[in-house]
Design a protein. Structure first.
Lengths: 283, 294
C-alpha cells in the first residue's frame, strides 16, 4: 500500500511524532500525530478470512472514516481496534495494533484496559435496559470504582452537555434510558462512552438506524467532538464520510484498497475500484 | 399436466369436499376433547380440595398446634411455619448455588465440554426421584449429625431446587441481547462486572421468577422430608430439631385412622395447593410477555 516501508525498525516502541510518511496534500497538518495504527492485521470468523493484512493509521483529533460495501470487513476491522472482535465465539485476530505506541495485542495487554482507552459506539443505540439516563452515563465510572456522588453528577452533566442532550433530559435524569427517542439514545450512548474519557472512540455505523435529522445532529456532534477525542467511524454512507471525515480508508473484500485524505479519495482516487465505488457503480 | 387429468383432479376435489370437511370437524372435536381431558385433573383436584377442605380452614387451623388425638379442633400452624423455615434454609443453600451454575452455563460458550456436562448433570439431577434425594440427604445431613433436623430437610429441598434454578436462570440469561454485553465490555469493564452488575440487572424479574418456581416446587415436596426434617407436633424454630411441614403433616394425618385428622389433611392440602399455585401464577404473571429489561 501507499504507506508501507515507513514502519520498519520501529518494532512496537513507536512514538507518535517521529515523522513517518505523511499524506500527500496540504492545509492543516493533522498528520503530525498517529494515535492508533494497525499493522498487517488479519481477522477471521472461524475459517472465514474477513480482514486481510490491513495496515492503516489514524491521526489524533481527527475523524477517520472507513468505507466499503457490505461484508467488506470494515466493522470487523473496527472491532479489532479495541479487541471487541474476539468476544464473538469463533472469532480471532492476528497482527499488531499500536495504540499510543503500544501493541494492544501484546500478551500483557488487558482487553478491558484497552477498551477503557478506546471506546465504542454501536450501530443500534444500546442503552442499558433497567437503568436510568443518569445511570447509563455513569455506570462505567461507578463500576470502575468512582464513588463520590458529586464527581459522578458533574461528569454526567458534562458528558450530556457535550453530546447536546443535557437540555433535553436534565429534568428527567431518572427516567429509563430506553424511554428516549432513537437519536437521543444514540447520543446517550456516546455520552456513556465519553464518560470513561477515552482517547479514541470507534463508531460502527452509528447513524444507520437513525432518521436524517438525528443523523445530522450526530454528524455535527462528531465534528465538535474531534477537538477532544479521536474518532474512527465505519459508514456505508459515502456522503457522510465526505462530510465529516478527515481521512478515508476504502476496504474491499477484506483488503485495504486505498487510504488518504478524504478530499483526495473523493475527488482524485488513485485506484479504479475506489473510483467505481464512490461513484456508485458497485457496492 | 394434461387437460383431461386436470379436469379429473378438479372433479375429485369437488366430490370429496364434503367428506374432507367432515373429517376436519371430527379431528378438531377429538383433539379438543383430549385437551380438556389433559387439564381436567387440575379442575377436579381443585374442586375436590375446595369441597373437602374449605370446612377445615379457620383461624384456629392456621394458627394453632394439633389437638391431642381424639379431641376436636387444633390446627397446622406449626406446619405452616415449618414449611416456611424449611424453604428458607433450602433457599439459602440452593439459590446461590443454582444461580452460580445458571450464570456459569449461560456465560460459557456453546462448545464448552465442561458446561455441557454440567448442564446434563443438572438435567439428570432434576429427574432424580425425590425419595432418593431424601435418602441421600439422610446419609449426608442426618446420620453424620446424629439426628433429624430442619437443616437436613432444608438441605434435601435445596437439592430439589438447585437444578430448577440453574436451568431456568440459564434460559433467562440467554435471552439477554448480545448488544447489552457488548456495550458493557466496550466500557472497559471486566467480564464479571458486566455479567454481575449489568446483565443480571436487566434480568432481575426473570431471575426472581426462577426462584419462585423453585420455591413452589420445593414447598410441595414430601419425600425428601420424610427422613430428614421428619415431623413434629410442636412449634419449632430450631435448625437442629425435627420440624413439621405441610406435606409431611398432610401425609401423617391422611394415613391416620381419625376422621378429625382426615379433615385436617384436606384443609392442609387445600392450603398447600393454594400456596404453590399462587406462587406459580405470580411467577407467570411477572414474566408473561415481558421483554428483557422491562
Amino acid at each position: 500500500m501507499e504507506h508501507n516501508g515507513s514502519y520498519s525498525g520501529h518494532n512496537g516502541s513507536y512514538s507518535s511524532h517521529n515523522g513517518h510518511v505523511s499524506l500527500v496534500g496540504h492545509g492543516d497538518n493533522f498528520e503530525s500525530q498517529t494515535i492508533l495504527e494497525s499493522k498487517d492485521l488479519d481477522a477471521w470468523f472461524g475459517s472465514h478470512h474477513v480482514v486481510k493484512s490491513v495496515s492503516l493509521h489514524f491521526f489524533s483529533r481527527t475523524v477517520s472514516a472507513i468505507i466499503g460495501p457490505s461484508g467488506c470487513g470494515k466493522s470487523t476491522f473496527l472491532r479489532c481496534l479495541n479487541r471487541m472482535h474476539e468476544e464473538i465465539p469463533g472469532a480471532r485476530a492476528k497482527g499488531v495494533v499500536n495504540f499510543q505506541g503500544k501493541n494492544i495485542y501484546d500478551m500483557f495487554s488487558e482487553p478491558a484496559n484497552v477498551r477503557r482507552h478506546i471506546g465504542m459506539v454501536f450501530q443500534k443505540p444500546n442503552p442499558f435496559p433497567a437503568m436510568s439516563i443518569f445511570e447509563n452515563v455513569i455506570i462505567g465510572l461507578k463500576l470502575a470504582g468512582v464513588k463520590k456522588g458529586y464527581v459522578l453528577n458533574d461528569i454526567a452533566e458534562a458528558c450530556l452537555k457535550q453530546v447536546g442532550l443535557w437540555d433535553e433530559v436534565k429534568d428527567k435524569l431518572s427516567a429509563p434510558g430506553l424511554s428516549l427517542s432513537g437519536g437521543q439514545q444514540q447520543r446517550l450512548c456516546i455520552a456513556r462512552a465519553l464518560a470513561m474519557a477515552p482517547e479514541v472512540i470507534l463508531m460502527d455505523e452509528p447513524t444507520s438506524a437513525l432518521d436524517p435529522i438525528s443523523t445530522a445532529r450526530i454528524e455535527e456532534l462528531l465534528v465538535e467532538l474531534k477537538k477532544t477525542v479521536s474518532i474512527v467511524i465505519v459508514t456505508h454512507n459515502m456522503q457522510q464520510a465526505a462530510r465529516i471525515s478527515d481521512t478515508t480508508a476504502f476496504l474491499l473484500s477484506g483488503d485495504l484498497v486505498e487510504f488518504g485524505r478524504t478530499g483526495e479519495i473523493f475527488t482524485n482516487p488513485r485506484k479504479s475500484e475506489t473510483e467505481r465505488y464512490i461513484t456508485g457503480r458497485f457496492g | 399436466m394434461e387437460i383431461a387429468t386436470k379436469k379429473l383432479l378438479l372433479e375429485f376435489m369437488v366430490t370429496t369436499q364434503a367428506k374432507r370437511k367432515r373429517k376436519n370437524i371430527f379431528a378438531n372435536l377429538v383433539l379438543s376433547i383430549l385437551a380438556i381431558l389433559a387439564v381436567s385433573p387440575l379442575v377436579a383436584i381443585l374442586g375436590f380440595l375446595i369441597s373437602k377442605g374449605i370446612g377445615a380452614l379457620s383461624w384456629e387451623f392456621l394458627t394453632s398446634l394439633p389437638a391431642p388425638y381424639g379431641e376436636s379442633g387444633g390446627g397446622m400452624g406449626h406446619s405452616i411455619v415449618g414449611t416456611f423455615i424449611l424453604v428458607l434454609f433450602a433457599s439459602l443453600l440452593g439459590i446461590p448455588v443454582g444461580f452460580g451454575a445458571g450464570i456459569f452455563l449461560a456465560e460459557s460458550s456453546k462448545e464448552s465440554r465442561f458446561a455441557s456436562i454440567v448442564r446434563l448433570c443438572a438435567e439428570m439431577l432434576a429427574g432424580v426421584p425425590s425419595i432418593v434425594v431424601g435418602l441421600f440427604a439422610y446419609f449426608v445431613a442426618v446420620l453424620p449429625f446424629g439426628g433429624f433436623s430442619a437443616f437436613a430437610g432444608g438441605f434435601a429441598l435445596s437439592v430439589i431446587m438447585i437444578p430448577v434454578i440453574a436451568r431456568t436462570s440459564e434460559e433467562i440469561l440467554r435471552l439477554v441481547p448480545v448488544h447489552v454485553r457488548e456495550a458493557g465490555l466496550a466500557l472497559g469493564l471486566p467480564r464479571w462486572q458486566v455479567v454481575m452488575r449489568i446483565v443480571l440487572r436487566g434480568s432481575r424479574k426473570g431471575l426472581f421468577t426462577a426462584v419462585l418456581l423453585a420455591v413452589a416446587r420445593a414447598s410441595g415436596e414430601t419425600a425428601p422430608l420424610l427422613f430428614t426434617a421428619l415431623n413434629s407436633r410442636l412449634w419449632s424454630f430450631s435448625a437442629t430439631q425435627p420440624i413439621s411441614s405441610l406435606p409431611v403433616q398432610i401425609y401423617t394425618y391422611a394415613t391416620s385412622p381419625s376422621e378429625e385428622w382426615h379433615q385436617q389433611a384436606w384443609g392442609g392440602a387445600l392450603l398447600l395447593v393454594l400456596l404453590v399455585l399462587g406462587m406459580s401464577l405470580f411467577a407467570r404473571f411477572l414474566f408473561s410477555g415481558k421483554k428483557y429489561g422491562t
